[in-house]
Design a protein around this ligand. Sequence first.
Ligand code: 4AD
Length: 449
Amino acid sequence: CRLHVFLNYIFILTYIFGLIVGWVRSVRTQKAHIFLHVNDGSSLQSLQVVAGAELNDQLLTFGSAVEVTGILKKSPHQKQAVELEAQRIHVIGECDPVDFPFKIKERHNLEYLRQFPHLRCRTNAFSSLLRIRSEATAAFHSFFKDNGFVQIHTPVITSNDCEGAGELFQVEPSSVGDAHREFFFSVPAFLTVSGQLHLEVMSGAFSRVYTFGPTFRAENSQSRRHLAEFYMVEAELGFLRSLNDLTKVMEDMFKSTTEQVLARCVEDVDLFHRHVTPGHRASVDAMLKSSFPVMSYSEAVEILGRSTENFTFPWGCDLKTEHEKHLVKHCGNVPVFVTDYPYRLKPFYARANQDPPQNTAAAVDLLVPGVGELCGGSLREERLDVLTAHLEDAGLEDTYDWYLDLRRFGSVPHGGFGLGFERFLQCVLGVDNIKDVIPFPRYSHSCLL
Ligand code: 4AD
């Protein structure tokens, strides 16, 4: 709690004057005293407030917002260093305990909390999650800063469909009635499905670049790992010659950011690993210790073919969640890289391998326990003639003339990847449903608040 700053002084002074604002997490009344726990959102810890019974107030209920002033003292209890002996308690905002959807001392599960997107941040579990999310964001930024990447703000509104999967949300002003009006941007514009192409532009000048922002996919999916709006961490590296060099960065990034989250959010992560997803910590430790195995798509097909789960999986099909989970299990429940996918499964930018008759692309996915695909990446097609031929086949050569320019002027071998930030949180915390790791989930038929 923010009162922690006082801890530095507590050993110098016998007592000091303290003020805390926050929300009441528990109230206990005894004959002569009342005991409150007040939490200000800065950590899982609440400060114990002890007050004479004369300060009791009917409005002092679980969930109410209070301002307490008093003397900060060394606590007689081992669990906490200090407590606040209240001289004044002011209830700033009442909270009717009957209508408030959360009950004191009750442990509500994540599914229940999901019904209250506007209030769930008031609970221990969800406030822990949001502090972890904030720290994880910082961890990704520091990984990239420490490794010489330049952050680029790629646009949210764009005229390209990077992935070519047609999962675009079109952007137009809301004015109605003018059926013949022109496009606002003169061309169809969409919410971005990936910042990759803009990163490729920048990689041509800075070599190592990254972006971390909201990404949108009009996927009509109610699955536990898809959202219509999610955050993607994307990196692009110039002068990159092999998938090995790319997977090394992906593995380092996963381990470094996970370790940082575990180190900086000890209490919050502990709450998850003890109470929300018990036993998950062992799985995270195993991931960190392991050296991530690498298998080709063709090897994956063989493994699936040999499995006792009766998968029918001919070469050329896209991996589904159940296949990804099987491959992860096959590798001992640690993250695994699958490389060299059939070329036709990958978007136009993926670099073609020279391996007829299979025709694969130098693309890689990172599959992780409990989630499946966490990252997707590839070497990019840097050869002007090959890329031009592919774009012509797809009838896209005019749309992507600017992209071809990147190969015309100072082109270098390069590659990159994107990581689904919510899936990363699911993986580290063991959370089953992606809707429980984002403050305000958006998915088909749901855009609350
Ligand atoms: O594999 P994807 O589609 O890759 C790209 O978009 C590349 N252009 C990225 C790049 O190379 N710069 O998406 C990357 C990751 C997936 O592995 C997944 O973790 C996440 O983004 N993702 C989603 N997360 C939540 N909801 C969705 N609908 C998602 N779609 C993809």
